[in-house]
Design a protein around this ligand. Structure first.
Ligand code: NAD
Ligand code: ZN
Length: 247
C-alpha cells in the first residue's frame, strides 16, 4: 500500500490497530536504536558508509575476517558496534509497557545492543545475539561486556587462555536455531505484527515475517521495505517520533 505521512491519520490508525490487538509481535532492526545514538547499517550515515581504508564493515563483521584478523576485528567491534552509554528510547519503553499489559507476545530483534532487555522486556528473541553475552571459544566460560571492552587487542579467557568472543552472529554464521524457532512461533501466533527500523536485507531474519498470517501487518520505516506491499499500514518516517505520539 502507499505510505501515509506521520502526522496524519496514520497515528490514529496505528492506535486503533494496537487497541484491537491482543497478540502483538514487534519485529525490529537497527533503526529502533538510532534514537539511542547507535548508528544503523544502511542509512546514509550508517556503519556501512564508513571508510575503513581496507576491508568493508560487512567484511570485517564476518566469521572469516574474525578468524583471520582477530585483533583488527576487535578494534572495529569496540569502536563501532558497542555503545555502552546507550539507553532505551521511547520505542523500547513503549514496548515494555505493552508487554506489562500482556498485549505484546514478543519482540524479535536483529539488534545486538540489548536495549529491549534493559528496558525491562522479558520475551525478547535476539536473532543476532547480544554484546552483553560473551564466551571463551575453547572452554565456553561466559564473560560480561567489560571483558571485551577492558582488554586491549584480543580478549583472552582467564581460565584457559582461549579467545573470548561476543555471542553475536557474524556474516557467514547462522543464528541460534532455538531463538529462530521461538521467534517464528511467536510471529505465526500473532494477530498484529509491527515491523520497524529494518531494511529487511539480512537473511534468514527477514524471511521470518513470512510466518505472519494475522490481521494487521504494520511497517514503520524511514525507507521503503520489501514488506510494504503486504502491509495494511505503512508509516514512512521516524519510528521514535511515531511511538512518542502513541504514549
Ligand atoms: P539496516 O541498517 O539494514 O536498516 C535500518 C533501517 O532502518 C533502514 O531502512 C533505515 O531507513 C531505517 N531507520 C533508521 N533509523 C530509523 C528511525 N529512527 N525510524 C525509522 N526507520 C529508521 O538495519 P537492519 O535491517 O537491522 O540490519 C542490519 C544488521 O545490523 C542487523 O543484523 C543488526 O544485527 C546489525 N546492527 C545492529 C545494531 C544495533 O544493535 N543497534 C546497529 C547496527 C547494525
Ligand atoms: Zn576458556
Amino acid at each position: 500500500m502507499r505510505p501515509v505521512p506521520i502526522m496524519s491519520d496514520s497515528i490514529a490508525e496505528l492506535k486503533k490497530i494496537i487497541e484491537r490487538s491482543r497478540r502483538i509481535v514487534f519485529f525490529g532492526g537497527a533503526g529502533v536504536s538510532t534514537a539511542s545514538g547507535i548508528p544503523d547499517f544502511r542509512s546514509e550515515d550508517g556503519i556501512c558508509s564508513l571508510d575503513t581504508g581496507g576491508a568493508s564493515p560487512e567484511e570485517i563483521l564476518s566469521a572469516v575476517y574474525f578468524t583471520l584478523h582477530t585483533a583488527e576485528f576487535f578494534d572495529f567491534y569496540r569502536r563501532y558496534m558497542v555503545h555502552p552509554e546507550a539507553e532505551p528510547n521511547v520505542i523500547h519503553r513503549y514496548l515494555y509497557r505493552l508487554e506489562k499489559e500482556d498485549r505484546l507476545r514478543g519482540i524479535v530483534t536483529q539488534n545486538i545492543d540489548g536495549l529491549h532487555r534493559m528496558a525491562g522486556n522479558k520475551r525478547v528473541y535476539e536473532l543476532h545475539g547480544s554484546i552483553h553475552e560473551n564466551y571463551c571459544v575453547d572452554c565456553e566460560k561466559s564473560y560480561p561486556l567489560e571483558k571485551i571492552m577492558e582488554s586491549g587487542g584480543v580478549p583472552r579467557c582467564d581460565k584457559c587462555g582461549g579467545i573470548v568472543r561476543p555471542w553475536v552472529v557474524l556474516y557467514g554464521e547462522m543464528p541460534d536455531k532455538y531463538t529462530g524457532i521461538g521467534a517464528c512461533r511467536e510471529i505465526s501466533g500473532a494477530d498484529c505484527l509491527i515491523v520497524a527500523g529494518t531494511s529487511l536485507q539480512v537473511e534468514p531474519a527477514a524471511s521470518y515475517i513470512d510466518y505472519f498470517t494475522g490481521r494487521d501487518l504494520v511497517v514503520i520505516n524511514k525507507e521503503p521495505t520489501p514488506a510494504d506491499e503486504r502491509a495494511n499500514l505503512v508509516i514512512r518516517g521516524d519510528a521514535a517520533e511515531v511511538f512518542a505520539q502513541l504514549t
